[in-house]
Write a protein that binds this ligand. Structure first.
Ligand code: GLU
Length: 471
């Protein structure tokens, strides 16, 4: 059996966003699950908009998400080069073959002519397709027009009276009558090749067996299959995954919250959180726990790819982020938090602090609040905490100061306060938390208490003794 080979073929005209990286992820999962290969090809045929910096950025994004490729850009392989801008020799060769077979013809129709024809078809309720005007020009006519310097495109002769059929991994059996497609352009008048052609030829030459890509490419597929059949090249298995939509059902855009992978990384998302969210966007998993890529790939099943549009939900992404924070090992947690806490938490206490704060952070900057709650000289006090402090019995903090001694842990301290004041439960713990941390919620008190130390705890309690005695 041939080894499964999947691929990701981005056009480097911008930073990678959610939608495109999910496509890469599904292809990685399918390859991993099948003990196959994943390939990265750069589709930089749009010379105006393609940029080297985007080629570099997308590789950084894929590596960050651990979506490693075994063949292609930077990795090399038997079908190199892997940038379309460097592959014209291969495209010329296959174009020659089509020309020899009389499967392409020059089309001299102008843009204005084509536009008029499209409008006429549209007003008659027909799908827009090329009329075939230049399909049967005589050799002398072609020669004359070329001699006159008329620009021309090359069109592929779509087989007539047939239907292009394929079994889509996601959408099932597909059938496109060839008449609805019409003869299409494979080389533009400026000499550049159309997407259909180079994408199909490359998949064949690179031995790609499975193409999972966005639903927006579904109608390109019959054209690509027709080309591959004419060239007698292998046709991959296609699967068109549903698009990602926003809360209103519109395609996800920058405006409706789509984030680039770079933004996600800078915000402090863990790659595993992004992968777990994306993998579930349009694919149903029975498993509900956080999984690494190997586990995700084992659980991945292409028949679980949904046809309905996948709805983007930032809350879900953050849910997976919270899971990732809880599951991160201590070293990873520390490396993730430390930059945000520099100067706020003593170096020697950083690891213990990170462990204490873990429950209450989703992003590194969230930990600043808890760093202040432990270490700030001028403790910020939330409105809720202020209300709790005002409602507390006036002698509670005096009792607490008297109960406090050096090297005492939180349990011993609260037991003493309880005995001496008679306060208990929420009536004891909430005012103490509010006085000691300036907040009414947060990480476990024993850990925060031991990090803040005797002197600071005493000082904080004293603030409330003084204020209640002055009142
Ligand atoms: N360069 C194309 C894109 O980014 C690739 C489409 C495909 O996966 O075939 O949309």
């Amino acid at each position: 059996m041939t080894q499964v080979k999947t691929r990701f073929a981005p056009s480097p005209t911008g930073l990678i966003h959610f939608g495109n990286v999910r496509t890469a992820l599904f292809n990685v999962l399918l390859a991993k699950k099948s003990a196959g290969l994943f390939l990265l090809r750069i589709e930089d045929t749009d010379f105006e908009r393609s940029r080297e910096e985007y080629i570099q950025a997308l590789q950084e994004d894929l590596r960050w998400l651990e979506l490693d490729w075994q063949e292609g850009e930077a990795a090399g392989g038997a079908a190199a080069p892997y940038r379309q801008s460097q592959r014209s020799a291969a495209y010329d060769k296959y174009l020659d073959q089509l020309q020899t077979q009389d499967d392409v013809y020059p089309c001299f129709c102008s843009a204005v002519e084509l536009e008029v024809s499209r409008k006429v078809q549209a007003s008659a309720g027909k799908p827009p397709r090329y009329s075939g005007k230049c399909a049967h020009l005589k050799a002398e006519e072609v020669a004359q027009k070329k001699a006159d310097g008329l620009p021309y495109t090359l069109r592929f002769r779509m087989p007539k009276n047939t239907a292009l059929m394929f079994d889509d991994v996601v959408r099932g059996q597909q059938k496109f009558p060839s008449e609805d497609i019409g003869d299409f352009i494979i080389r533009r008048s400026d000499g550049s090749f159309a997407f259909f052609f180079v994408n199909a030829v490359d998949d064949a030459l690179m031995g790609v067996t499975h193409v999972l890509r966005g639903e927006d490419h579904l109608t390109n597929t019959p054209r690509q299959i027709a080309l591959l059949q004419a060239l007698k090249l292998p046709v991959p298995t296609y699967g068109h995954i549903s698009l990602i939509v926003d809360a209103h059902g519109a395609p996800l855009s920058k405006r409706s919250g789509s984030l680039s992978v770079q933004e996600l990384r800078e915000m402090g998302y863990f790659p595993i959180a992004v992968n777990n969210y994306l993998a579930r966007l349009g694919h149903h998993f029975v498993e509900t726990e956080l999984m690494d890529l190997d586990a995700l790939s084992q659980a991945f099943d292409q028949s679980h790819l949904g046809r309905a549009p996948a709805r983007y939900d930032r809350g879900q992404l953050d849910y997976w982020q919270a899971q990732a924070v809880q599951k991160a090992d201590d070293d990873a947690l520390l490396a993730w938090l430390a930059p945000a806490l520099k100067g706020l938490v003593p170096q020697a206490e950083m690891a213990a602090f990170a462990r204490a704060a873990r429950q209450n952070v989703i992003f590194p900057h969230d930990a600043k609040l808890w760093a202040e709650a432990v270490y700030a000289d001028a403790l910020p006090v939330s409105d809720d905490a202020r209300a709790v402090l005002e409602a507390a019995p006036s002698n509670l903090f005096r009792t607490a100061v008297d109960a406090l001694s050096e090297d005492m842990d939180f349990k011993a301290f609260t037991q003493r306060v309880k005995q001496a004041s008679g306060a208990s439960g929420k009536g004891l713990f909430l005012p103490l938390r509010a006085a000691l941390t300036g907040q009414t919620f947060g990480p476990e008190m024993p850990a925060l208490f031991s990090l803040m130390g005797y002197a600071r705890a005493r000082h904080r309690l004293m603030q409330h003794v003084l204020s209640s005695e002055i009142d």
